[in-house]
Design a protein around this ligand. Structure first.
Ligand code: DOR
Length: 434
C-alpha cells in the first residue's frame, strides 16, 4: 500500500460495526482522515470531505483479512500477480492478505521476502507474506526463519504440502517457539495422498478416479496436535476439510492447547459430487469432501472450533485447468466470493462472519492495523457491506488473471460496496479505483 497523502473520506449513512454487533445499530456517518477513523456521528456529518461514499443500508465493517492467498509472484505471473491478486482482494472487501510461499523461487529467504513486500507496496491492499518452513518447501532442511522473521514474517508454512518428517516438524516448532512466530500446516500425509486427485469415497469409486482418504489429513492434524503439546508451540491448521479433523481440533482446544484453524469457502459450499463431470475446476487440495464433512466444517465455524475463513485463492491459467482431471493443478479462486459465500451458506449473524473473516484472522496473522473496531483513532481499513444485495457469480474470474471459478451461476446474498484501505477508497460502488 502506498503511503501518499490521503483524501478525507466521508462514509455516509452506514451502520458502523462494533464487536458483538447484532445488526440493529443505528446509522452514523464515519469520517476518515490521514488514514485513521477521525470522527463518527454528528461531527463526521458536519465535516467537509474530498470524497463522500454513500453507505445507505450497509454495514461499515473492518476490512477483511485473508490468511491464505496464492499471489503467484514471483514465478507464475501468467496466473496472477501481486497487483492483480491485490485488486481481487480489494474487490472482495479484503484490506490485507497473507501471501503463500509456494512461488518460484520459493519464499524461503530474506531476499524473496523483500521482493514480495516491495511489490506489495503498490497493491490496493496490504500485502503480508508467509515464509516457508523448509528450504524450497522440500521438507528436508529448515529454512532461515530468523532472517525472514526479522523482516516481519510471523507465519511460516510449506503450504501446498505438509512437513512429512516428524522430527523435522518438532525441530521447526522448537525453532518457531524461540522466535515467537507461528507455524501453519497443510495437513496431508503424502504416502496416503500421492497420485490421487480427489476425496476417496463412493464418488471417486463411481468415477474411477484415485482418491485420498480423509485420514491423509487427519493423521497430520493428530500428529501436529501432539507435537504442539510436546513443544508448547502453537500450530495453525490450514484449510481443514474433514469432520474428524474438526473434532480433533475441538478436543485439543477443550484440553487447553493453543491451536488455531481455518476453513476455506469451497469446503463449506461444495462436495465431492461436484467432481462428477470430471471438470478440473472442482479439483483442489485438500479435496472436496462429503456432505457430512461440509456440515462438520460449518458446525466448526459456528462454534468457534475453526477460528477463521481463509480463501486459499489459488489462481491457475485456463490452459492448465483444461488438462484432464487427474493431471490439472489443484486450486480455485476465492477472494471475490468468500464474503458472499459465507453470508449465504453459513446462516450466521453478520457479526460472526466479520469475526471469521476479519477480527480473528488479523489476530492470528498479527496484523495490528487490521480487524479493529470501527472507532475513532483506529486505522481506516474498512469494507462497506450491503448484507442484503443479491447477485450471481460469473465465470470471468473478476480481477484475477485466472478464471478458475467453481461457483459460476450461483446466486448469493451479500456484496462489497466500498473498500477503504489505509484511508484510501480503493473500491467505490463495486469498482476498483486502481
Ligand atoms: O488446491 C490447492 N492449490 N491446494 C494447495 O494447497 C495449493 C494450492 C495452489 O498453490 O495451487
Amino acid at each position: 500500500m502506498s503511503t501518499g497523502p490521503n483524501p478525507t473520506v466521508k462514509l455516509r449513512g452506514g451502520r458502523p460495526w462494533t464487536p458483538g454487533d447484532r445488526g440493529d445499530g443505528t446509522s452514523a456517518d464515519v469520517l476518515v482522515r490521514d488514514g485513521l477513523v477521525a470522527a463518527i456521528g454528528p461531527e463526521a456529518t458536519e465535516a467537509t470531505a474530498d470524497i463522500t461514499l454513500d453507505c445507505g443500508d450497509c454495514v461499515v465493517s473492518p476490512g477483511l483479512v485473508d490468511l491464505h492467498t496464492h499471489l503467484r509472484q514471483p514465478g507464475k505471473e501468467e496466473a496472477e500477480t501481486i497487483e492483480s491478486g491485490g485488486r481481487a482482494a480489494a474487490l472482495g472487501g479484503f484490506t490485507a492478505v497473507l501471501a503463500m510461499p509456494n512461488t518460484t523461487p520459493t519464499i524461503d529467504s530474506a531476499e524473496v521476502v523483500r521482493e514480495v513486500l516491495e511489490l506489495g507496496r503498490s497493491a490496493p491492499c496490504a500485502v503480508h507474506t508467509s515464509g516457508a518452513i523448509t528450504v524450497d518447501r522440500a521438507g528436508e532442511r529448515l529454512a532461515p526463519m530468523a532472517e525472514m522473521a526479522a523482516l516481519g514474517v510471523s507465519l511460516f508454512t510449506d503450504d501446498g504440502s505438509g512437513v512429512q518428517d516428524d522430527a523435522l516438524m518438532r525441530r521447526a516448532l522448537e525453532y518457531a517457539g524461540g522466535l515467537g512466530v507461528i507455524l501453519a500446516q497443510h495437513c496431508e500425509v503424502t504416502s496416503l495422498s500421492q497420485g490421487t486427485c480427489m476425496h476417496e469415497g463412493a464418488v471417486s469409486s463411481r468415477l474411477g478416479l484415485s482418491g485420498q482418504p480423509a485420514e491423509a489429513e487427519e493423521l497430520m492434524v493428530m500428529r501436529d496436535i501432539a507435537l504442539s503439546r510436546l513443544t508448547g508451540t502453537p500450530v495453525h491448521f490450514l484449510h481443514l476439510s474433514t469432520a474428524r479433523s474438526v473434532d480433533l481440533v475441538r478436543q485439543a482446544k477443550a484440553a487447553g492447547q493453543t491451536i488455531t484453524a481455518e476453513a476455506a469457502p469451497h469446503h463449506f459450499t461444495l462436495t465431492d459430487e461436484a467432481c462428477v463431470g470430471y471438470d478440473p475446476l472442482f479439483k483442489v487440495h485438500p479435496p472436496l469432501r462429503t456432505p457430512a464433512d461440509v456440515a462438520a466444517v460449518k458446525a466448526g465455524l459456528a462454534d468457534g472450533t475453526i477460528d477463521a475463513i481463509a480463501t486459499d485463492h489459488a489462481p491457475h491459467t485456463p490452459d492448465s485447468k483444461e488438462l484432464p482431471f487427474d493431471q490439472a493443478p489443484p486450486g480455485m479462486l476465492g477472494l471475490e466470493y468468500a464474503l458472499a459465500l459465507a453470508l449465504t451458506e453459513l446462516q450466521l449473524p453478520l457479526d460472526a462472519v466479520i469475526s471469521l473473516l476479519s477480527v480473528r484472522p488479523a489476530v492470528i496473522g498479527r496484523m495490528d492495523e487490521q480487524g479493529r473496531p470501527v472507532a475513532v483513532g483506529e486505522p481506516a481499513n474498512l469494507c462497506v457491506i450491503d448484507p442484503s444485495a443479491t447477485w450471481t457469480i460469473d465465470d470471468t474470474g473478476g480481477a484475477s488473471r485466472s478464471r478458475n471459478v467453481p461457483y459460476a451461476g450461483r446466486r448469493v446474498t451479500g456484496k462489497v460496496r466500498h473498500t477503504v484501505c489505509a484511508g484510501e477508497p480503493v473500491v467505490i460502488d463495486g469498482a476498483a479505483q486502481r
